[in-house]
Design a protein around this ligand. Structure first.
Ligand SMILES: *Cc1c(COP(=O)(O)O)cnc(C)c1O
Length: 364
C-alpha cells in the first residue's frame, strides 16, 4: 500500500466547527462566525444571471473583474490584489511560496490563534514557532524579535484576534512589520466589524505586509469560498506563481465582485452586527459572564462558574456547551489551555441571540 509522507501520516487534520446535518432539526448556529444576514441581493442576482456559456469556458485566471473591484474599493493597484478560494487558500499560498520545506524557518504565530495555521504548516513540512500572548491576550512587546530568533520566514497574525476579538492598532502592527525579517500576513478575516484595519500599511508601500480578507464573515458568503490578499505587487506575483491555474471559478468571481461592489448593503449588515454584539456582551455580563470587548462578530466569554465569587455552583463552560447543544444551540468550545474555561459565541440575529440567552437562563 502506498504510504503518504511522514508529516502527513502524523498530521492531526483541521477540526472545523460542527455543521448541522442537512434536513436535520433546526439549530441556532452560533459556532463558526458566519454572517447572520444573507448576502447582498445584488450578489444573489449575479448568481442567477450566470449563463451556460460562462460555464462552458474557463474563467479569467486572475479574476480580473473582482480584482478591479477590490483595487478600486481599497485604493490600491489591481496588481496588488490576489483572489483566492476562500481566505484559507491565501494562507496556504503564502506558506507554499515563502517557507522552505524541511528547513528551520517556518511560520511564526501567536497562541491562542486560528488552529488552521499549524495544520497548513505541517502539510508543507515546515515548523511553527508559537509565541504565547500575554495575560490579557495582548501581543508581547518582543514578538517580532522572537520570530526572528526562530528564523521564521512568514508570520501569521490575526487581527482582530480570534478567538478573543481584540484589536491591535495599526501603529503596533507597523512596528512589528518593521522589526520582522520575514513576510507578515495580517489576517483581517474579521476587519469588517472593527473600527480600524491595516490597509494603510499596504497603501504606504510597506514591503513585507500582506493582508488577508474574506467574503465569508462580513459578506455572508461562507458557502461561496472566496477571499483575497492585498499587498506589494512583488508578493502578489510570487503567490500568483504558486496558485492553481484557475483557483477561483466564474460563479464565485461574479458573485464576490457584486457583493464587494454593494458596500451600502454590507455596511448596513456590519452596523447591525456591531449593535447586536454590544447588546449580547451586556446581556452576558448581566448574567455574571466575563466578556472580552470584541471588535469582531463573536465574543469570547467566561461563564460565571469560573469567575471568582460569581457562581461556583453554576455549570462550567464545557457543560454549558453540551447542554446548549442538546437544545439545538451550537456555540464553540475549545478544549485547549487558556480557552477550556470559555465559550466563543458568534453574534447572531436578535432572535438567535435571545434564544441563546433564554437557554442560558434556564440552564443556570
Ligand atoms: C474565517 C477565517 C479565515 C478565512 O476563511 P475563509 O472562509 O477561507 O475565507 C481566515 N482566518 C480566520 C482567523 C478566520 O476565522
Amino acid at each position: 500500500m502506498p504510504k503518504p509522507r511522514t508529516n502527513i501520516q502524523r498530521l492531526k487534520a483541521y477540526a472545523p466547527g460542527e455543521q448541522p446535518r442537512p434536513g436535520g432539526r433546526p439549530v441556532v448556529k452560533l459556532n463558526t462566525n458566519e454572517c447572520p444576514e444573507p448576502p447582498s441581493p445584488k450578489a444573489v442576482a449575479a448568481l442567477t444571471q450566470v449563463q451556460a456559456e460562462a460555464l462552458r469556458v474557463y474563467p479569467p485566471p486572475l479574476a480580473d473583474g473582482f480584482r478591479q473591484a477590490a483595487a478600486q474599493l481599497h485604493g490600491v493597484e489591481p496588481g496588488q490584489v490576489i483572489a483566492t478560494n476562500g481566505g484559507d487558500e491565501l494562507l496556504r499560498l503564502v506558506i507554499t511560496a515563502y517557507c522552505t520545506p524541511g528547513s528551520r524557518g517556518g511560520i511564526g504565530v501567536t497562541t491562542p490563534s486560528y488552529s488552521l495555521y499549524p495544520v497548513l504548516a505541517a502539510i508543507h513540512d515546515t515548523p511553527v514557532h508559537a509565541v504565547d500572548r500575554g495575560e490579557q491576550f495582548e501581543l508581547p512587546g518582543d514578538l517580532a524579535q522572537r520570530w526572528n530568533d526562530a528564523g521564521c520566514q512568514v508570520a501569521m497574525l490575526v487581527n482582530p484576534h480570534a478567538p478573543t476579538g481584540l484589536l491591535a492598532g495599526v501603529e503596533v502592527l507597523r512596528d512589528i512589520a518593521e522589526a520582522f525579517d520575514g513576510l507578515l500576513l495580517i489576517d483581517e478575516a474579521y476587519a469588517d466589524f472593527a473600527t480600524t484595519n491595516a490597509l494603510t500599511l499596504v497603501r504606504d508601500g510597506v514591503d513585507n505586509v500582506l493582508l488577508l480578507r474574506s467574503m465569508s464573515k462580513g459578506y455572508g458568503l461562507a458557502g461561496l469560498r472566496f477571499g483575497y490578499g492585498l499587498g506589494p505587487a512583488s508578493v502578489i506575483q510570487a503567490l500568483d506563481k504558486a496558485r492553481d491555474s484557475y483557483n477561483t471559478d466564474i460563479v464565485s468571481q461574479r458573485v464576490a465582485a457584486a457583493a464587494l461592489a454593494d458596500q451600502g448593503y454590507a455596511r448596513g449588515v456590519w452596523q447591525r452586527v456591531v449593535a447586536e454584539r454590544t447588546a449580547l456582551t451586556e446581556a452576558l455580563r448581566g448574567r455574571g459572564f466575563q466578556v472580552i470587548d470584541s471588535q469582531s462578530n463573536f465574543v469570547l466569554c467566561t461563564p460565571p462558574q469560573q469567575v471568582p465569587a460569581a457562581g461556583a455552583d453554576k455549570p462550567d463552560a464545557r457543560t454549558l456547551y453540551a447542554r446548549l447543544k442538546e437544545r439545538g444551540i451550537l456555540v464553540r468550545y475549545f478544549d485547549q489551555p487558556r480557552l477550556d474555561d470559555k465559550l466563543r459565541i458568534t453574534v447572531g440575529t436578535p432572535q438567535q441571540n435571545n434564544a441563546l440567552l433564554e437557554a442560558l437562563d434556564e440552564l443556570m
